[in-house]
Design a protein around this ligand. Structure first.
Ligand code: ZN
Length: 488
């Protein structure tokens, strides 16, 4: 299984550690640490998202992650954001009722209402001990806390709500001109019942959510993008996705507004820029019965993972004027001007980062490597002296010092050169740079390409320029004279 190989590599090579805190009884499920390589990779994913939003005039803000109860009453999360759980009488295991029904009664439709769930649960025994199940309960997905000694509060289950609360400030900042866009990248928390899907379902995670504030009347005539891209759209009433140009999808009424089509196009462009394989992406519409309480329309960009099948990595929602109206009402603040609608792009950063890992995993005979898109690997350059003597480490350290100012660099002198290449292949280091005896004579070094293992010789004085070109995706072999070195 690719999943086992990828998650094993992720653990061994410092991408994803956990569950956290691992030294205490193996950790708590639903919490993970991003190790040194993982954090570097995640940062790069975040940069692509940030750059994507910025290039369509969205501006970034940062809000607190804890808000008093009234905010969540207004947003609807306090009364609507829950799962149904069910308990085993005997072994006391707790399950998510809808998941258990889906697994045990695959031919039955799940309706999230107490009476319907009760009927179905009666037909199911505890998967653990085969005893009857009982006590269906509503289980809030929000993590609660207290501000000061007694103010009931919650950790945010999404960044979006905290972004909306600043609407009067934006209105002034953007000089009352609509539409405008704002985004936030930060942590959110959901108290999942029993998370078992690695980093796809965690209790703490990073969201990157962009919000376009736009007047209702402008939704049908304003577009932020050119609407020329073909996207693999899967309507809720169809079996297979069709590749369709956004303009055409609008004409066919698959999508409800021009502005919505354009943010869907922007979201897809960002996901493609991260480097996920387009053949493993589809965009699926929510069934009208499954729409969130605020949504007019919602499509998810999904990536086909090996273990979990199609997983949502980004959601695109038309939230209408629901949020702003509710916050105006609950806060007793009259918001200036006409209340706009909100179109949202919501990306899950950890999910995208994991998908990029799985997408990049390669295996051939006894070589394993991560073939990230150029420039996306956690380490840009590894600097390796061929051997640990004859002044090579000293020379290599000079090169390392020079490159470290501009790139994420790693200096590695332990083990044979072959082993060091293998280690760097496994973490997807973009370029390895070897200093040998010739380097002392003519100030040239060998660069090795992680995709092909082919090598070129370049002058140290040209190194920065050449590495920049490789990171930008230029043809590796055209940048220097190819050399053949035997690796022992
Ligand atoms: Zn049981």
């Amino acid at each position: 299984m690719a999943f086992d190989k990828v998650s094993d590599l992720a653990k061994r090579r410092g991408f994803i550690w956990g569950p956290s805190p691992n030294i205490y009884n193996g950790g708590v499920s639903g919490f993970y640490d991003w190790g040194i390589n993982g954090k570097l990779l995640k940062n790069k994913v975040e940069s692509v998202i940030r750059k994507g939003f910025s290039s369509y005039s969205f501006f970034e803000v940062e809000s607190p992650t804890i808000m008093p109860k009234i905010v969540w009453e207004a947003s609807g999360h306090y009364s609507n954001f829950f799962d149904f759980t069910v308990e085993c009488k005997k072994c006391k295991s707790t399950y998510r009722a809808d998941n258990l029904i889906k697994e045990s009664l695959p031919n039955e439709k799940v309706i999230l209402e107490m009476s319907s769930l009760e009927k179905q649960i009666k037909k199911i025994k505890c998967p653990n001990c085969k005893s009857p199940l009982e006590n269906i309960k509503k289980y809030s997905l929000m993590m609660s806390t207290t501000i000061g000694s007694d103010k009931e509060s919650f950790l945010r289950p999404e960044t979006a709500t905290t972004t909306y609360l600043l609407y009067p400030e934006y209105h002034r900042f953007f000089r009352t001109k609509l539409p405008f866009g704002v985004f936030q990248i930060g942590k959110a928390y959901r108290n999942e019942v029993s998370p078992r899907q690695h980093v796809f379902r965690t209790r703490e995670f990073t969201q990157a959510e962009a919000q376009l504030f736009i007047l209702k009347k402008d939704k049908s005539n304003i577009s932020l993008s050119d609407l020329k891209t073909k996207l693999p759209l899967l309507s809720y009433d169809k079996k297979d996705p069709i590749d369709i140009e956004m303009e055409k999808a609008l004409k066919n009424k698959m999508l409800k507004s021009k502005a919505y089509a354009s943010i869907l196009e922007i979201a897809y462009e960002i996901i493609a820029n991260i480097g996920l394989d387009k053949k493993r992406i589809r965009i699926k519409q929510h069934h009208p019965d499954e729409l969130a309480h605020y949504a007019l329309d919602a499509w998810d960009i999904e990536y086909k993972t090996e273990r979990f099948g199609w997983m949502e990595v980004c959601g695109i929602h038309d939230r209408q004027d629901y949020d702003l109206k509710r916050h105006s009402e609950y806060s007793k603040t009259k918001f200036p001007g006409e209340i706009p609608h909100i179109l949202e792009i919501a990306c899950g950063v950890e999910r995208l980062t994991y998908c990029l890992l799985e997408n990049s995993f390669r295996e051939e005979k006894d070589r394993v490597w991560l073939q990230f898109p150029r420039g996306m690997g956690p380490i840009d350059v590894a600097v390796l002296p061929l051997i640990q003597k004859d002044g090579l480490p000293e020379k290599a350290k000079q090169v390392f010092k020079m490159l470290e100012k501009n790139f994420v660099c790693l200096y590695d002198e332990s083990g044979s050169i072959g082993r060091r290449y293998a280690r760097n292949d496994e973490i997807g280091t973009t370029i390895t740079c070897t200093i040998d005896h010739m380097s002392l004579k003519d100030n040239s070094i060998t660069l090795r390409d992680v995709y092909t293992t082919r090598q070129i010789r370049v002058k140290i004085s040209d190194l920065k320029k050449v590495i920049d070109c490789i990171m930008d995706g230029e043809d590796f072999l055209k940048l220097g004279k190819e050399v053949h070195t035997r690796v022992k």
